[in-house]
Design a protein around this ligand. Structure first.
Ligand SMILES: [Zn+2]
Length: 386
């Protein structure tokens, strides 16, 4: 859909304003249908609080988040609806609450799916309630009675870390899904014409192919989310779904950044997390490793790691990161990115980061120290091939 933006009027704006008022981001009493300055400010605050890109406009992702935000936990009965599951902030609150108490709901993704249903049923059983997997008034009051005293770590992410630790340090047999961003009708960032002309879609596909080759040489099963010239652009939610259906161990999305100011440059890496400190520990660790390896091996400016709740990171059920490797709008970054040797260094950095994620933390190695060509030798020697 076309984003609803400042200056727009109409019933959709009224609806947006109503939700924002309910969230106390807009003063109550105002009943305009105009996307005014106050509305834009409220939209930005909302986007920031949800870890969305802050642009002050209401596009598809912001619209869905606003729609989900109407619901407060306890305002409706939650149940496993098929085929269209219930989605909302109330579901997320319930999931976070269950996670805190050690129930396995997967990730707090605001979707009342089968895992949430099972976790609720388990909770009900342990509380002596009828285990129907639906969260109605009885289950709500049981949750309220427990109050906030039952709080643990973030069991889901501890489980994720455990799974990785138990898997051992070898990369052989793992499945990595590489997601070159954009494609099809969406070229992503486009640099001006001339000898350095590249679209982001083409460039990240080249990076993905190189990465595929390197990882495959180390014994990894690799799957790309798209080919070099797809007809359409796959939405991020579908890319996440693809990784889930393949049972991927790691998900890496590749992008380049862009900015109106040509002086903006550098590399940044994103993982799942909210401003409230909810974070995927393994996603955060992988993001940190990718970021540090790329900075060390390429000299790109360090724009750090950041927590986001983007569909791509939220819906994937494995450690997932999105790397924005350099600004195509920066003459400096662009000149480096068009050099295939530079792209190889970026790829080596990512391979080293994936390898390090499987090292126990206490036996991790210094950044920049893994010789990626040696990973190939291990496979060739047949020592760990299954
Ligand atoms: Zn992009």
């Amino acid at each position: 859909m076309r984003p609803i933006r400042p200056g727009d009027r109409g019933p959709a704006v009224t609806e947006i304003r109503t939700v924002l008022t309910g969230l106390e981001l807009l003063p109550s009493g105002g009943h305009g249908d105009e996307f005014d300055v106050a509305t834009e400010r409220a939209v930005r605050a909302f986007q920031q609080s949800r870890g969305l890109s802050v642009d002050g406009r209401v596009g598809t992702e912001t619209w869905q988040a606003l729609d989900a935000a109407r619901w407060r936990l306890g305002a409706r009965t939650l149940y496993h609806a098929v085929p269209k599951p219930l989605i909302g902030e109330d579901v997320r609150s319930l999931q976070e609450r269950l996670l805190e108490m050690g129930y396995d709901v997967g990730r707090a993704d605001a979707i009342y799916g089968i895992r949430t249903t099972r976790a609720v049923a388990q909770f009900q059983r342990e509380m002596g309630l009828k285990p129907d997997g639906a969260c109605g008034p009885h289950t709500m009051s049981a949750l309220r009675r427990l109050g906030r005293k039952v709080v643990g770590g973030r069991p889901q992410w501890l489980r994720e870390s455990d799974a990785i630790r138990q898997a051992g340090p070898t990369l052989v047999g793992r499945t990595v899904v590489i997601d070159p961003g954009h494609g099809g009708t969406d070229p992503g960032e486009v640099v001006p014409d001339g000898p350095l002309r590249w679209t982001e879609a083409d460039l990240v596909h080249d990076l993905a192919s190189r990465l595929e080759g390197r990882l495959a040489a180390a014994g990894v099963r690799v799957q790309l989310t798209r080919g070099p010239a797809p007809l359409t652009c796959l939405p991020d939610a579908d890319r996440a779904q693809l990784a889930n259906s393949l049972g991927a161990d790691v998900f890496i999305s590749l992008h380049t950044d862009g900015h109106a100011n040509p002086a903006a440059n550098g590399v940044a890496t994103y993982h799942y997390g909210t401003d409230n400190g909810v974070t995927s520990a393994t996603g955060e660790r992988l993001a940190g490793l990718v970021q540090r390896e790329i900075v060390a091996r390429t000299g790109l400016r360090d724009c750090r790691t950041h927590a986001k709740t983007w569909d791509l990171l939220r819906l994937t059920r494995m450690p997932a990161v999105r790397v924005e490797v350099g600004y195509l709008t920066s003459p400096e970054d662009r000149a480096r990115l068009v050099d295939p040797r530079f792209r190889d260094r970026v790829v080596e950095a990512i391979v080293a980061a994936v390898q390090r994620m499987y090292f126990p933390i206490e036996r991790d190695v210094p950044t920049g120290s893994i010789d990626v060509s040696e990973l190939r030798a291990v496979v060739a020697a047949g020592t760990v091939v299954d």
